[in-house]
Design a protein around this ligand. Structure first.
Ligand SMILES: NC(=O)c1ccc[n+]([C@@H]2O[C@H](COP(=O)([O-])OP(=O)(O)OC[C@H]3O[C@@H](n4cnc5c(N)ncnc54)[C@H](O)[C@@H]3O)[C@@H](O)[C@H]2O)c1
Length: 385
């Protein structure tokens, strides 16, 4: 079947299954490629754009940034034909199907909203919005306009995540009772927004562990959190000295169903690096404890390099699942573009991302009020059936 016909077929199938329609064949670029409009040409675009432009089924048609010299530089570097200085001109310019949004976190919601209103599919960096009400609004808007909306991170698509989910389901480490995650470094030095209102270590870093734990252990019912600021000011490249307003040292405890508890610590006040001197393997960042064993993830959960498993009664840790396969931490937009083209069901869902946002906001609310906070949203779980 010619590719364009296949895309039309999958769009119809998606619609009849009650899902938002996949890409409409008539709207795709030459040879049924997904046309991407890219917005936010800062630090991470240097990793996203090589990945996107290397895919035979993706055409990056436009780049955009409110600092237009950044967009021009990326256009030159990756041979992108159209450059725009804001979202309105991007949407009104060369046609595209999927918006890839890697702007600063406070810009996610307004940019995502404009793109969804203009009936574009959207891949957004995390978090999808700063407030749960905004996130809900975006999900409803996508549904109403018959387009797809996804938000990073991509860690549930790694082979190591799948391995951990399957090991838990197999019962080999018994009943899972508790989990611990840690992700932090010294903090980004290039942009001030990371430390201002709407930034912070939880939205930027802790979000990975919260996504991993909700993905593995199921939706969260309640949260207790504490955050602190250790540096009154920071020096950053774009703004010079900024006042630190957002959390830079964060702890949250999550209650999942059946008494299962997990804990995430994250911060911009940790040492940098994934190795200790003399260590050959990356540090563990995720620990899952069961009644008959334990699992430890080597490396950050967005870039894992193996899972060490200890079974009760056995003396040694055994390392499994060392290879990344096709997984790439900046491959989320590519992954969803493939879902759009083939009709494949995405493991990354907006409902899960919204739940993660609610958990993170519950942590901030717990810090503000000194109370534990209930979480109402949920998502389809388990991810693998
Ligand atoms: N840098 C990383 O290693 C990394 C890794 C994973 C995820 N992320 C996420 O990617 C996003 C961007 O991070 P970054 O480090 O590239 O930040 P950055 O500050 O380097 O870049 C953000 C860019 O977005 C532009 N921008 C902001 N608002 C805009 C708007 N309304 N319209 C158009 N352009 C706008 C800014 O001018 C800037 O060039 C964040 O959500 C971050 O959490 C970053």
């Amino acid at each position: 079947m010619p590719r364009r016909e296949f895309i039309k077929e999958t769009a119809v199938l998606g619609a009849t299954a009650g899902l938002a329609p996949a890409l409409l064949g008539a709207e795709t670029g030459p040879e049924g490629k997904v046309r991407v409009g890219y917005i936010g040409c800062g630090n991470v675009s240097g990793s996203y754009l090589p990945n996107l432009t290397a895919q035979p089924f993706i055409e990056v048609v436009s780049v955009c940034d409110i600092k237009p010299e950044r967009a021009r530089k990326r256009a030159e570097q990756f041979k992108v034909p159209n450059v725009y200085p804001n979202i309105d001109e991007l949407l009104a310019g060369a046609p595209f199907d999927l918006l890839v949004n890697t702007t600063s976190m406070p810009s996610h919601y307004p940019v995502n909203k404009k793109a969804l209103l203009a009936k574009r599919h959207v891949w957004s960096e995390k978090p999808m919005a700063l407030e749960v009400a905004q996130g809900k609004e975006l999900l409803a808007l996508a549904k109403r306009n018959g387009v797809h909306f996804w938000a990073a991170p991509t860690c549930v698509t790694s082979p190591q995540f799948k391995f951990m989910a399957e090991t838990m389901a197999s019962g080999k480490i018994g009943k899972v009772t508790a989990a611990h995650g840690a992700y932090g470094h010294g903090g980004p030095g290039w942009s001030g927004w990371f430390y201002q209102k709407g930034g912070g270590s939880l939205y930027d870093l802790g979000v990975y562990n919260v996504t991993t734990f909700t993905g593995l252990l199921g939706p969260v019912q309640e949260v207790v959190g504490m955050t602190s600021i250790l540096n009154p000011t920071r020096k950053v490249e774009d703004l010079g000295e900024v006042r630190v307003e957002a959390d830079e040292n964060t702890m949250l405890i999550m209650r999942h169903a059946n008494g299962l508890l997990s804990h995430v610590q994250t911060g911009f006040v940790y040492f940098d690096g994934e190795y200790l001197p003399g260590e050959k393997r990356r540090l563990y960042t995720i620990d899952i404890t069961g009644t008959k064993g334990a699992m430890h993830l080597q490396g950050w959960d967005w870039g894992p390099s193996g899972v060490d498993v200890a079974f009760q009664g056995e003396a040694a840790l055994e390392t499994f699942c060392k290879e990344p396969g096709k997984y790439n931490w900046v491959g989320g937009a590519t992954y969803v573009a493939e879902c759009l083209l083939t009709g494949k069901t995405s493991l990354i869902t907006p409902e899960h991302a919204l739940h993660v946002l609610e958990v993170m906001n519950a942590c901030h609310e717990s810090q503000r009020t000194g109370r534990r906070v209930k979480v109402e949203s949920t998502f389809k779980w388990p991810l693998f059936v």
